[in-house]
Design a binder for this molecule. Structure first.
Ligand SMILES: [Zn+2]
Length: 436
């Protein structure tokens, strides 16, 4: 049996505000957590490999509920344009030139970046599915692949993408020790007509998986939906039956009204909250606290690097999202640092329907664990450890990232893939895809 003992750090299990264990212990056995808590009561494990976590915070890996990993290739390309001009003159022409190999390297770079900032699981919507799955396999991260499906070019376009999703699922689902899983990824109601959305629901049922979709990201989208269907995008998708009896993970929901929030709560739809992307694209402010008060699970998501720029939740989504939630409520006491940490870990796992496997340090769960080095000026002193992580910690404070009990990032380096090669390949591909 492979046993690893992480000891001497401050353990945050994310099972409750009170569960903070200074000089705590985490025991990992064959990729799963066997124990997490105080030193007293920890099982003796004399033969275990030891990791000294003195001066470090030991916590669950961070969960990124919404990403378009391959867009690292066009990070910073046309950032200050308005949405349609940006899509038409930059994003779509560049994406048309991307090969599957380019998407592989772009996704590998995203995984490298995420692991370096303590993200151990991400839900990705991009294309094609094969290179995304291969990059997850090779870098050691955990990922859910939702092949993006749009049907703006007609029904046959959607059909071929549904077929590709099905084939990729059968080739890759459960591979890499279970690190690779799938959802069906209809992009949005404005790019997928009702028959395409229903075909996606059928495929999700056939494969026994969930659906990932963008809903109500912008005011314009909601306005257009009201004009076209006489209802909001969330009500439209609900009335089509998409949310009945299957897991739906909805990105953004910035403009969800009270009726929409009631639908999200009733159907157990999880929400991916991407505050930095929404701020940068001037999309609006998501009513996060209102959703959570009504029982909707909300997790942080980075969105793609072409809109958010950084694929980080520490120091980025968590910090800015918490500050924004306070501002939106007009009361700094209604959204706490623990809420922020929860939305980055266990609540994000709930959004994805993976809370039995990841999101907290509990016996039986997969050993997705990070160490944050607190020997830093901005992490000193420590009056409140949750405030420290939510408001002060930076991605570069992550000293080690473990997925399934395997160290995949340590001392600034990936351990499973060649970080230098990833950077070089992405530079080459990025220069090529933006050529006129
Ligand atoms: Zn998105």
């Amino acid at each position: 049996m492979d046993r690893i003992l992480i000891e001497g750090g401050t353990v945050l299990t994310m099972t409750g505000r009170a569960d903070v264990f200074a000089d705590g212990v985490v025991l990992v056995e064959d990729g799963r957590i066997a124990y997490a808590g105080p030193r007293e009561g920890a099982p003796a494990a004399p033969e275990a490999r030891r990791i000294d976590a003195a001066g470090k915070i030991v916590m669950p890996g961070i969960v990124n509920t919404h990403c378009h990993a391959g867009t690292t290739l066009i990070r910073g390309y046309g950032d200050d344009l308005r949405l349609m001009e940006w899509l038409e003159t930059r994003v779509w022409p560049a994406e048309a030139k991307m090969t599957a190999e380019d998407v592989y390297w772009g996704t590998a770079l995203a995984a490298y970046e995420m692991l370096s900032g303590g993200i151990t699981t991400f839900l990705d919507m991009y294309f094609p599915a094969d290179p995304v799955a291969r990059a997850i396999q090779d870098t050691g991260i955990r990922g859910i692949v939702a092949r993006g499906i749009i049907a703006v070019g007609g029904p046959s376009e959607a059909l071929s993408r549904l077929e590709e999703s099905r084939e990729a699922f059968h080739r890759w689902n459960g591979k890499a020790g279970g690190r690779i899983t799938f959802m069906v990824g209809p992009h949005a109601p404005y790019t997928c007509p009702p028959d395409t959305l229903l075909a996606c629901a059928e495929l999700a049922d056939e494969l026994g998986i969930g659906i990932h979709i963008h809903l109500s990201e912008t005011a314009g989208e909601v306005e257009e939906a009201r004009r076209q269907w006489g209802k909001t995008p969330i009500r439209h998708v609900y009335d089509l039956g998409l949310m009945k009896g299957r897991r739906v993970v909805a990105a953004h929901c910035v403009h969800a009204d009270d009726d929409d929030i009631a639908i999200l709560a009733e159907t157990g739809t999880g929400v991916c909250h991407c505050p930095v992307s929404n701020l940068k694209l001037a999309s609006g402010r998501t009513p996060v606290s209102k959703m959570r008060r009504r029982g909707v699970a909300v997790g942080f998501g980075t969105d793609g690097a072409s809109s958010e720029n950084m694929l980080h939740i520490l120091g980025s989504e968590m910090r800015i999202g918490a500050i924004q939630a306070k501002e939106l409520e007009g009361d700094p006491a209604l959204f706490t640092s623990y809420d922020a940490l929860s939305m980055a870990t266990i609540e994000a796992a709930r959004v994805l329907g993976m809370e039995a496997e990841i999101g907290s340090l509990e016996p039986g769960k997969r050993a997705d664990i990070i160490l944050i080095d607190t020997e830093r000026p901005h992490l000193t002193p420590n009056h409140d450890i949750f405030a420290l992580v939510a408001y002060s910690a930076l991605p570069s404070d992550v000293a080690m990232t473990m997925v399934d009990g395997r160290i995949v990032y340590e001392n600034g380096q990936l351990t499973q893939a060649d970080g230098k090669e990833i950077l070089a390949r992405v530079r080459e591909a990025a220069a090529r895809v933006v050529q006129a």
